[in-house]
Design a protein around this ligand. Structure first.
Ligand code: ASP
Length: 345
């Protein structure tokens, strides 16, 4: 039987067209994508499409659009073998991270892709990205999907979605997963690294989640950062959690006021998660005194989490109204392959 794939077009450059008068890129009707890709029909899969109306630039997206995508997947889950989400690249890593938590017990591929150049342009990267994403979403072995995960496929990389960051605004090769290897080697053939791919318990049905709390912030430390600035962030109204981007393996300056502000915040129930500003590697607060003092002040480790993932995971867990201790515990639990608890660096 033909594999059936649902393409969910949310927006982004891939479906854009140049306004001939202003030269500005504008969202276009999804029909444009089909018109420019007769190859879609040749693939040999039953491909259907659903389009966001209006199509969105991914900078406009947030929990509401994440829920919209999840609702489409959940409503159509039994009808399709896999899903391809066409999405703007700018916040694709946030959406893919959020979906990895929202789609509990996922047993079918959800492959995000997009492009740096509109699909209507001669040198577009959109066509290849879309065709390969469809192939990955349709891939099965012994009738079982090969990649039952939320992934980003871009250029030649198949990456676990919640491990990715957008690292280049110009290049076709726009995404990286620094702390987890690629899930496939993509050349003439697609060679899946099956030992790296997450396998769900097949007896568990998909459970879609729709709850988020956005009272979170990402704070990047820098040399010379002022007490007044940190204090105003830590005292923001309704703030529930902070992703603190620290130096190296999780270090912060040994300033008594900083430790006081953090201890006070954690005593008030605010969760402070430590992740590194470095692109690769993990937080290890017990390595230096400058990290140890954060641990003593109640900061929890974000291990090797990306900022996108730490933030969306907090929003997801806080949305479920769990006790603070439970959110802290789950932040230190690997829920969807998002953190390495015992890194081998
Ligand atoms: N601004 C666009 C977006 O993220 C860029 C892209 O699609 O690559 O929606």
């Amino acid at each position: 039987m033909l594999s059936s794939i649902l393409i969910i077009y949310t927006g982004g450059t891939i479906g854009m067209i140049e306004n001939p008068e202003t030269g500005v890129l504008e969202s276009f009707n999804f029909q444009h994508l089909k018109d420019n890709m007769p190859e879609l029909k040749k693939l040999g899969y039953a491909v259907s499409t659903i389009q966001f109306d209006p199509a969105m630039d991914s900078s406009e997206m947030g929990p509401e659009s994440w829920m919209k995508i999840v609702k489409i997947i959940a409503d159509n889950y039994q009808l399709y073998d896999g899903f391809v989400v066409l999405h703007g690249t700018d916040t694709m890593s946030f959406t893919a991270s959020a979906l990895s938590f929202m789609l509990e017990n996922l047993s079918k591929p959800v492959i995000f892709t997009g492009s740096q150049l509109p699909i209507g342009m001669l040198r577009t990267d959109g066509k290849e990205n879309l065709i390969t994403a469809i192939e990955i979403a349709a891939a099965k072995e012994n009738g079982v999907p090969v990649v039952p995960e939320v992934c980003i496929f871009f250029e030649n990389d198949l990456l676990r979605g919640n491990r990715t960051s957008k690292i280049n605004a110009d290049n076709f090769n726009a995404f990286r997963s620094y702390n987890y290897p690629n899930l496939a080697e993509i050349g003439i053939h697609i060679k899946y690294e099956t030992h790296l791919i997450h396998r769900p318990d097949p007896t568990q049905p998909l459970k879609a989640h729709y709850l988020f709390d956005s009272n979170v912030v990402v704070l990047t430390l820098f040399p010379g950062i002022q007490e007044s600035l940190i204090s105003s962030v830590f005292h923001a109204r309704n703030l529930k959690a902070i992703v603190l981007k620290t130096f190296g393996s999780g270090n912060a300056p040994q300033k008594p006021w900083l430790i006081r502000l953090i201890s006070d915040a954690t005593a008030r129930g605010i969760i402070v998660v430590n992740i590194t500003q470095c692109q690769a590697g993990s937080v290890e607060m017990s390595r230096y005194t400058t990290g140890l003092q954060l641990l003593a002040a109640g900061v929890i480790s974000g291990y090797d989490s990306t900022p996108e993932c730490a933030l969306t995971k907090l929003m997801f867990l806080l949305g479920h109204n769990l006790p603070t201790e439970e959110v802290r515990r789950l932040m230190n639990t690997n829920l969807a392959g998002e953190i390495t608890l015992n890194p081998e660096y």
